[in-house]
Design a protein around this ligand. Sequence first.
Ligand code: MN
Length: 267
Amino acid sequence: MEKMNRRGLLQAAGVMAAGAVAGCALPVVAAVDERRVRTPFEVAQTTVPIVGSTEQFPVRRIYCIGRNYAAHAREMGSDPTREPPFFFQKPSDAVQYVAPDQTTDHPYPSLTKNYHYEIELVAAISKGGRNIPLDQALQHVFGYTIGLDMTRRDLQREMGEQKKPWEIGKSFDRSAPMGPIHPVAQIGHFTKGSIWLKVNGQVKQNADLQQMIWSVAEQISKLSEAFELMPGDLIYSGTPENVGPVVRGDVMEGHIDRLPNLSVKVV
Ligand code: MN
């Protein structure tokens, strides 16, 4: 306690000195400063707009489930019936916000010659927990959106073959385009409904959310055994079969029933 007080006084003194130079209202500035950790530079907090609100959803971690549709698991070379769920992460600043009423440019990333789309339902968590029981899991969901788990497939495969981490194939800058978050209070939960992706108007992926091997509730429950979930976490719930490549100039349009479509142009 004494240490905190001394530190607070020192900080206040520093601010007062700076304030005196700038001619600020000293007591107010000092009070605000004491509540903040001082850092030599600012790091941006990733946020995603919330539909119907002036507030934005602050992103903490992005979890993604792998091979969560049987036909996609098969096309990736595994047996879906015997595999427990597995998860990987993208950094929070991999988010690229895509407004629902327009086509947003999405830069083709470096290093790849095989850049793949994966259309997915994304759940946004507002209540954390460990070992969350299945029947309570959906109470942890704040809302949902539609997202792309963009993948440098050649790099992912290369690393997999060498038994090295996937990171470079999955967790790169802007690898997580997504729309605004729709609160559960307005939109409800998603256990079924059409999910599809078109490229240049042609249907590429087309399935139903019911075909997920692990439901969103099951994913939350399983994830929380491995990690303590926290408010701000996002969960990409997996992609259906028929993933494939895009090149510069391609327009991807993603759809999940009850959500506005997501549209991005690869540039
Ligand atoms: Mn995926």
